[in-house]
Design a protein. Structure first.
Length: 86
């Protein structure tokens, strides 16, 4: 069995022209995209949070078109990533 690649999305919500995502996809392994809203994201004002929400909705829809589910989590990045790996 081939282990999946956990692709942590930070601020780059692009599917095209994304070298990290392109590299992960070229391995032939399953790619699991995850976005974590951390303390910095929680501190954003209303307008930036709204733009982030709209961007994540569009990104989730784009992944969905490829049969991939975008995982959304909130909390301490290290704790969330460790929980996803375990």
């Amino acid at each position: 069995m081939t282990s999946p690649i956990l692709y942590w999305i930070r601020r780059d919500l692009r599917l095209s022209d994304n070298s990290a995502l392109s590299f992960a996809s070229q391995t032939g392994r399953p790619v699991v995209p995850v976005f974590i809203l951390d303390e910095a994201g929680e501190a954003l004002g209303a307008a930036p949070k709204w733009r982030l929400e709209q961007g994540l909705k569009a990104l989730a829809a784009s992944y969905g078109e490829h049969g991939v589910k975008l995982i959304l989590r909130r909390g301490n990045v290290l704790e969330v990533l460790n929980a996803l790996i375990d």
